[in-house]
Design a protein. Structure first.
Length: 201
């Protein structure tokens, strides 16, 4: 028999966070994967201020890592009506966030804003594994073009792709109601080898 999988469940009761550990055997994990609603992870739980001034990049990285531990689809929550700043570029000309998990999506009616003098980047969020059953919805991506150099050579390191599903064959990926403002981007979304993938208003 395959070993059980240990997961941690979190709940908010009367303002207090409660946690409990469960052992799930493979058949139970499969049932959860097919029937469960996505797990929401609020980036503020990992230190994001989302005040439009504080660099929230490390908080997003931590939330993505936490989401990768779940056996079900996860959506990173960008708080409604708030501005989360990606203020630093760890890999100029490359990938700002590399997501090595198949289950991570994004939701919330907040804004992801590129920081001032951010420099060139190829991809903001890149799935290096074949994403499955993920949704990216309701976000606004603010390219902050006023405070960044115009993208005069939109190739390679300057592509400025916001979301790229790139690793292997992705399945059932939906992007809906995502807005792009103040940008000099040429490509905002990139799907490579994607089966049953949708872009919706």
């Amino acid at each position: 028999m395959k070993p059980a999988k240990r997961i941690v469940a979190l709940a908010l009761v009367a303002g207090f966070a409660l946690s409990a550990e469960f052992l799930l055997f493979p058949s139970a994990v499969a049932a959860i994967q097919s029937t469960s609603a996505p797990v929401l992870i609020d980036v503020r739980s990992y230190g994001a201020k989302c005040d439009g001034n504080t660099d929230d990049r490390l908080a997003f990285a931590a939330a993505i890592t936490a989401g990768g531990a779940y056996p079900v689809p996860v959506r990173i929550y960008v708080p409604d009506s708030m501005v989360c700043l990606v203020g630093s570029n760890p890999s100029p000309g490359g990938y700002v966030f590399v997501i090595p998990y198949t289950n991570i999506g994004f939701t919330g009616s907040g804004t992801l804003k590129i920081g001032n003098s951010f420099g060139n980047y190829r991809v903001l969020f890149d799935w290096s594994q074949p994403a499955t059953n993920i949704t990216i919805e309701n976000l606004t991506i603010d390219g902050n073009a006023t405070n960044n150099e115009v993208n005069s050579s939109p190739l390679g390191a300057n592509e400025h792709i916001a979301f790229q599903v790139n690793g292997g064959t992705a399945k059932n990926v939906t992007v809906q109601n995502v807005k792009f403002i103040n940008g000099n981007d040429v490509n905002t979304l990139a799907f490579n080898n994607c089966i049953d993938c949708h872009i919706e208003d």
